[in-house]
Write a protein that binds this ligand. Structure first.
Ligand code: RB5
Length: 141
């Protein structure tokens, strides 16, 4: 069965979220889009909460997009069990999975070009957690 990815954005990340949605569907993923669904101004903590709760209950990975990725990560990381990583470079995207077992990737539409954003998504989704000593540290968070 296709892996499901939970998606969310505010208005600042709306276009990139939709582009990522198409990209993921083209790659064969199933996508659960929790909004927003228009470019009208909305509040990123509301979307971050919805995606965080869905990631926790489904154990699927999530991707949150706002203008910078920062507000989404701050809001999502308030939920116990969420490890949301803002990534702007490929090394961090890889390491956030390998060492931190990030379960939400946060991206900034006003920071990233679409090409780099897709590369970050691909690397992040295709990198497995190393566990071992890193699991011990995650359990300490
Ligand atoms: C919205 O203008 C903007 O503040 C939001 O998308 C995000 O960048 C917050 O961190």
């Amino acid at each position: 069965m296709a892996e499901t990815i939970v998606l969310g954005s505010d208005h600042g990340g709306f276009k990139l979220k939709n582009a990522i949605k198409t990209h993921l569907i083209d790659l064969g993923y199933t996508v659960k889009d929790l909004g927003c669904f228009t470019e009208e101004s909305c509040d990123y903590p509301v979307i971050a909460k919805a995606v965080a709760n869905e990631v926790l209950s489904s154990q699927n990975k999530g991707i949150l997009v706002c203008g910078t990725g920062l507000g989404m990560s701050m809001a999502a990381n308030r939920f116990d069990g969420i490890r949301a990583a803002v990534c702007t470079d490929t090394f961090s995207a890889k390491m956030s999975r390998l060492h931190n077992d990030a379960n939400i990737l946060c991206l900034g539409e006003r920071v990233l070009g679409q090409g780099l954003a897709f590369e970050l998504v691909d690397i992040w989704l295709n990198t497995q957690f190393l566990a071992g000593r890193h699991k011990v540290r995650i359990d300490m968070i």
